[in-house]
Every structure is written in structure tokens, then in C-alpha cells.
Design a protein around this ligand. Structure first.
Ligand code: A3P
Length: 295
């Protein structure tokens, strides 16, 4: 059944089972050739993961199809909840994964296990505008039973802005800003969902440069095709369809839902939008980080 409430990890609201698994995550031993994919939830994590997995397999679709995305790109802080049959996940799965590993996390920067910094691992962060994030998150709360009931959209907008006990991974503002500030001193590529929508080829080239990889032009085309919304949506290895219904109920909302920028306009009232804009301005003040609310 649905979780009643979230736990708390150093002040960040998080699923209780993840909090229980934390000691193992905190001590995680990164390897220098690990590539970390970091995002706030619903910002294009799965998309970026599929792109990177394709890059790592030189555009060989069959290799990328063999297993579900959550096995190919292990989720660092994942601790399997009771509603899932026991299967390796998180640190346990990562330890079994041969190098070079792709690692995914939603942790805010202050909670990232220090080993990633000590080993000087490369990081790709992807951010998405908060209006589309909150809508996507609202549907995700409904379909993924690990979340408490999100209530009405209006209630969830308040939850998102307040970033209190009901919001898994805490404040979006602190998340995107925290990782943005780290960009100066680390090997960190900061990407935007909206740019990826607008010009995926350019963004994939950016990733390749950051990784110091060269691939044939045809390979880039294959990567772009395989990771398009339409292709990923019909690929059970990419769209979480293989998850048990008790954990994710795709009849309530598919995991790959709409895949566009600006869907918030179909949901926000004028009043909600004004309130959200005010809140956004206050919380982004003084930052040179800017978001495109639509493309
Ligand atoms: P929507 O709910 O707005 O459709 P995450 O993987 O971080 O949980 O993010 C999920 C969001 O990314 C969903 O947004 C999903 O549809 C979108 N997404 C996943 N793959 C995509 C793709 N290939 N192109 C565009 N959007 C994609």
C-alpha cells in the first residue's frame, strides 16, 4: 500500500526505507571512473541515463535493451522497499557492477558521499524548470506508492514551495542552486532539460566533449533516435514498466508521461502561477542560474 509519510535524512525528507539504508550509502566507495548522474526528481534523470548508457555502449541498442534502466544505471541511495521482491539495488548492486559505472542519485549536494569528490569523479547534473518539475512530481506521487498521498494539485504546489516534511528530497531551490555553485570547482557538467528538448544533438555533443569521447556521426543519430520520447515510451527497459504495480501503477500515470516543456500551463491557474512566480523570484534571488519555463 501507499506510504503514510516520509522519513528524514539530515533534515531532508526521504522515503523511510532509503533512510534505513543510509549508513551503507554514506560509506559508499566511488571509483575514479564512475560517472555520476545527479538530478532533482522528475528532471529528466531517466532520459539522461538512457543517453549515457547508449554512449557507454557505442550506440548498440541491443546492449541497452537487455536490462531495465534501474539495473543498468543503479540508483545510489535506493533501498528496496518491502513492497518490492528482494532484488539487489543501490550500493549492493553498484558493488557488483563492473567499471566504468554509471551511478544515479537525487541527493542534494551536501548529502553526496564524499568519496565521489575524493576520487574526483565526473558528474553530470540535469535541471528542469520547477513548474514542469512540480507537475511531473505530482503525477509521480500518484503512481509511485512509495510517496504519501499528494492531495490536490493546489495542496501539492504548497508542499513543493514549503519544501517541508512532505516533499521527498526537499527543496528544489536548494538542490539546483547547491549543485550549480559546485560547478566552479569540480568536473561537473550542468545541463538543462529544456536545452535537451530544444536541441538534443547539441547537448549530446556537449556530453561527449565532457567525457572526452568521440563517436561516429551515425552513432549519435542512433543515440538520438533510441532516446527520443516516442522510442523510450515504447521500450519497457526504459520506461519502468517492469516495476511491480504495487510499487508503480502505470494505469494511474505512465512514468514517461508527456515529455514536453510547458505542460504546467495545462495545470496552473493564473493565481497559482502568480503565486509560484513570486515564490520563485524570492528563492532564486542573487543567483545567476536561470530557467526557461517553456521552449
Ligand atoms: P513528464 O512527467 O513531464 O512527462 P525523471 O526521469 O527524472 O523521473 O523525469 C521524468 C520526466 O522526464 C517525465 O516528465 C518524463 O516524461 C520525462 N522524460 C523521460 N524521458 C524523456 C525523453 N526521452 N524525452 C523527453 N522527456 C522525457
Amino acid at each position: 500500500g501507499r506510504q503514510e509519510e516520509l522519513g528524514s535524512l539530515h533534515g531532508i525528507p526521504l522515503y523511510k526505507c532509503f533512510v534505513e539504508g543510509w549508513p551503507q550509502v554514506e560509506d559508499f566507495q566511488a571509483r575514479p571512473d564512475d560517472l555520476l548522474i545527479a538530478t532533482y526528481p522528475k528532471s529528466g534523470t531517466t532520459w539522461l541515463s538512457e543517453i549515457l548508457d547508449m554512449i557507454y555502449h557505442d550506440g548498440d541498442v541491443e546492449k541497452c535493451r537487455r536490462d531495465a534502466i534501474f539495473n543498468r544505471v543503479p540508483f545510489l541511495e535506493m533501498k528496496v522497499p518491502e513492497m518490492l521482491t528482494p532484488c539487489p539495488a543501490g550500493v549492493e548492486l553498484l558493488e557488483k557492477t563492473p567499471s566504468p559505472r554509471l551511478v544515479k542519485t537525487h541527493l542534494p549536494i551536501q548529502l553526496l558521499p564524499t568519496s565521489f569528490w575524493d576520487k574526483n569523479c565526473k558528474v553530470i547534473y540535469m535541471a528542469r524548470n520547477p513548474k514542469d518539475v512540480v507537475i511531473s512530481y505530482y503525477y509521480f506521487y500518484q503512481m509511485a506508492k512509495i510517496h504519501p498521498d499528494p492531495g490536490t494539485l493546489n495542496e501539492f504546489l504548497e508542499t513543493f514551495m514549503a519544501a517541508g516534511v512532505g516533499l521527498a528530497y526537499g527543496s528544489w531551490y536548494e538542490h539546483v542552486r547547491g549543485w550549480w555553485e559546485k560547478k566552479q570547482e569540480k568536473q561537473l557538467l550542468y545541463l538543462f532539460y529544456e536545452d535537451m528538448k530544444k536541441d538534443p544533438q547539441q547537448e549530446v555533443q556537449k556530453i561527449l566533449r565532457f567525457l572526452g569521447k568521440e563517436v561516429a556521426e551515425g552513432t549519435v543519430a542512433r543515440i538520438l533516435h533510441h532516446t527520443s520520447f516516442q522510442e523510450m515510451r515504447k521500450n519497457p527497459a526504459a520506461n519502468y514498466e517492469t516495476m511491480p504495480t504495487a510499487f508503480m501503477d502505470h494505469s494511474l500515470s505512465p512514468f514517461l508521461r508527456k515529455g514536453i516543456s510547458g505542460d504546467w500551463k495545462n495545470h496552473f491557474t493564473v493565481a497559482q502561477n502568480e503565486r509560484f512566480d513570486r515564490h520563485y523570484r524570492e528563492h532564486m534571488e542573487g543567483s545567476d542560474l536561470h530557467f526557461q519555463m517553456e521552449v
